[in-house]
Design a protein around this ligand. Sequence first.
Ligand code: BDR
Ligand code: CA
Length: 316
Amino acid sequence: MPPMTASPLPVILDGDPGLDDAIAWLLALASPEDVRVLGVTTVHGNVGLHLTTHNAGVTLALAGAQVPVYAGADRPLVRTALTAPEVHGDHGLPAGHLPEPTCAPATEHAVNFIIRAVRERPGEVTLVATGPLTNVALAFRLAPELPRLLREVVWMGGSTGQGNRTPAAEFNALADPHAAKIVLESGAMLRMFGLNVTLQAIATPERVERLRVLGNRAGTVSAELLTAYAAFYRQRYGLPGGALHDPVAVAAVLRPDLFRMQALNVQVETQEGLNFGRTVCDLYGVTGQPANVQVGLQLDDAAFFGLLFERLARLP
Ligand code: BDR
Ligand code: CA
């Protein structure tokens, strides 16, 4: 990870809200001492692009934030599109009484915005990607210098072990494995937070209740989203609540000290078949290939939730 600086880090939030993307973005938007959100960029994923873009506007309205939204890729590079309505509902944000976006999305494409914003601040920008990596890969193809101009990419995706959408593959990796391959092979500074670590961030009923009683709309809506989410996690995984996958990636930018990391060689399977979309992490160095990713292995979950409660309490 690059050395920390005193002033807030300029970040771009790229994702597919999606209820955990929305909570991740609320966490970032509530943390102006740590990050300055230059823009949010949307991608296909949990729901279609028109919905992720609408939900981006809803999330910004929830945070009371004036940040531009840029719509990006509406489909993966090669494979057919994948969505996750069983986890995020048909619209991506399963809660009532959500505010309407206060601004229309910008006309500039997300990929062009990412390239422009990074070129304007060489070495400074952190790209937090919490969805399929299609926008990031397209930006790297259009502007091959981008990987070295970025401060780092922080990605929620993949796993050192078991998948979730298939036994082998995590959703974001499986939703665009060819894009993930471009990013993994790009030479960009990359931190990856896969299921092996995000499944340590479980929103138990007690933690959801802490959000509900924060006394603000951000807390109430987050609690409502996580209650809908918990039913799926209980039934599918036997867990006491949903995993806050995407907020873990934002927390890694705000508080890198909460994690144990290891530099590993990581590759992704792009051949269709049982292992399609699997991130193959060389934990024991058996391939002799150089490390290309700092991989999250362990999280201080109590401190993570403490951070989430403290920051979300600041929002409207
Ligand atoms: C990831 O997949 C999506 O459904 C979530 O938003 C998260 O980014 C977890 O596998
Ligand atoms: Ca996501």
